[in-house]
Design a protein around this ligand. Structure first.
Ligand SMILES: [Zn+2]
Length: 311
């Protein structure tokens, strides 16, 4: 062989070698679009494996999804669950592995992974490519990873986990308005059990009136795999039941009826908001709380204890 033939062969071999290396490394969908796995992405203690199984995914959409996740999951974890999973996988695909409550293919879904400390998000690529660029759905789905609830035990009160996920979207999303996404006004014909934005609007009203405690009380119950009991609302808002609280929301009135009573406390003497009085014919009954005479301005009723609970 002459030298020029050697050169030709070397060039051909190098090209084949380069093609082979590229095939092994795979395509990076955040650079080239299409199917493939992106180079590992890390930030603030999180790591993300981004996978596209959808050949029509574009690089800008892939980057948009990743950027939104980076922006929102950290604050969501900080508020709701500092021990949230931090090894994340986001998969864009054409056929979704999850359905919505009506049995239709869901646009996205997420939750804890099989291994502790991991979380997975699945996103329908077809909708994104067809112009459905609602990136804050990532903010909603990230909440499900943050929640990491035992979801299979919470199906009978599913609206709380979806309402809380939309509460997180409302708080931490950055393009909700542009996407035409908003929380609805109170509406008596759409109960809080409707889930999603309806439950989120209710929760946001609760937060605006009582701040963190009722939100955390709900979160703790769901984390333990329990639908919230009546007493968590009573303790954190003064409303005896969730339905009474819902009526307060509809009327935009955060004052419980009768000043709020103990759950299950019977009406009548000693009941919510009433002064205890003894029946006239009961000689063994004792008045427990001394009352001040109406004409004594220096006498102090001992009612402060009750008031403290409201602060
Ligand atoms: Zn959801």
């Amino acid at each position: 062989m002459r030298p020029r033939q050697w050169m030709f062969l070397v060039v051909v071999c190098l090209c084949m070698l380069a093609a082979n290396v590229r095939a092994q490394a795979g395509n990076d969908p955040t650079i080239n679009g299409g199917k493939g796995t992106a180079a590992p992405i890390t930030w603030d203690g999180f790591s993300l494996t981004f996978v596209s199984n959808y050949d029509k995914l574009t690089a800008p959409i892939a980057q948009g999804l990743i950027e939104r996740l980076k922006l929102t999951i950290g604050p969501e974890c900080e508020y709701f669950n500092p021990d949230c999973p931090r090894q994340l996988t986001m998969i864009v695909q054409a056929t979704m592995p999850c359905a919505d409550k009506n049995g239709k293919e869901a646009p996205a879904c997420a939750g804890p992974g099989a291994t502790p400390g991991t979380g997975e998000m699945h996103i329908d690529g077809k909708r994104l490519v067809s112009g459905w660029n609602d990136y804050d759905m990532v903010t909603h789905e990230a909440m499900h990873i943050v929640q990491s609830y035992p979801f299979d035990r919470l199906e009978i009160c599913w609206w709380w986990q979806e309402g809380e996920a939309d509460l997180g979207r409302y708080w931490y999303g950055s393009t909700n308005e542009e996407s035409g996404w908003y929380l609805p006004q109170p509406n008596e014909s759409v109960p809080y059990t409707e889930g999603y934005t309806y439950t989120a609007a209710f929760l946001n009203w609760i937060y605006n009136n009582w701040t963190d405690e009722p939100i955390y009380a709900l979160h703790r119950a769901l984390q333990a795999g329990q639908c919230p009991a009546a007493n968590i609302w009573q303790a954190s808002t003064g409303f005896a039941t969730i339905d009474a609280l819902w009526l307060g929301y509809l009327a935009n009135n955060p004052t419980p009826p009768n000043g709020g009573g103990e759950v299950g406390e019977p009406p009548g003497p000693g009941g919510p908001g009433e002064e205890p009085t003894c029946p006239a014919d009961d000689p063994y009954c004792e008045e427990e709380e001394p009352q001040c005479p109406a004409d004594d301005p220096y006498c102090e009723d001992e009612e402060d204890e009750e008031d403290e609970e409201d602060e």
